[in-house]
Design a protein around this ligand. Sequence first.
Ligand SMILES: NC(=O)c1ccc[n+]([C@@H]2O[C@H](COP(=O)([O-])OP(=O)(O)OC[C@H]3O[C@@H](n4cnc5c(N)ncnc54)[C@H](OP(=O)(O)O)[C@@H]3O)[C@@H](O)[C@H]2O)c1
Length: 228
Amino acid sequence: MSGVAFIVGFGKGVGSAVAAKFKSEGFAVAVASRSLVPGEVEKEHGYLGVKLDASQSDQVAAGFARVEKAIGPANVVVYNASAFASAPGGKADPLSLSGEDFLQGVSVGGIGAYYVAQHANGGFTRLENTSHPLPPRVFIATGNALPWVQPPLPHLLGVSTGKKALANIVESCATAYADTGKRFYYAYEVSPQGGLVRSPDPSTHAKVFWGLYNLKEQGDWAVKFTKE
Ligand SMILES: NC(=O)c1ccc[n+]([C@@H]2O[C@H](COP(=O)([O-])OP(=O)(O)OC[C@H]3O[C@@H](n4cnc5c(N)ncnc54)[C@H](OP(=O)(O)O)[C@@H]3O)[C@@H](O)[C@H]2O)c1
């Protein structure tokens, strides 16, 4: 086996393509979402399935413990979960977004990523003491262009606040852990014009994430790409 990959936010899109890519490269793969059925993903794909809500710290802790016990600490962790809601009042009225939808955008988009990065980092550190040779240790978050889009898109205030938090978490970790060899990326697909895409292209994400995993050094923490 080449290593252990854990994809949090596993669905039919990016998560499936990334999981399949790492499995095809010889990784043991674990996947997580709120609604997956562990027996089904194991039977269909050979993945370890973990049911968790990434915005709940106790569920994230239990999920990482389950993965580590079953297949070892993940040396590549992908954060792909997000919550999308558009303010009913449109661009002119961002505060028409319900408090609940705003909270979901922030807690799934950003806070959940913090919990996942924390546990990923714990596993990365344990690998330093147990794994020879030491495999790459990489955290990759699926982003979008919202942290940089100008003018801003006020109707997407929940998801944009979540993605800005996510970008901040990744930038801080990439900077702070640079000397340890642990690497952190915010990878985001853009349209040919540089903006948001309607739905992310799974196979391009899988290719880009695999490329990031194989880099020898951190490089830029924010990685922009277009559909291939
Ligand atoms: N670049 C762009 O412009 C752009 C455009 C659109 C989307 N995106 C990004 O692409 C990613 C998703 O794309 P995708 O095609 O992979 O979507 P997807 O196939 O729907 O997969 C996302 C999965 O995340 C899971 N999830 C949602 N909330 C969760 C939570 N709280 N805890 C655990 N799992 C959770 C969902 O499963 P459950 O419901 O079962 O939990 C879902 O299956 C997001 O990060 C999104 O922000 C980027």
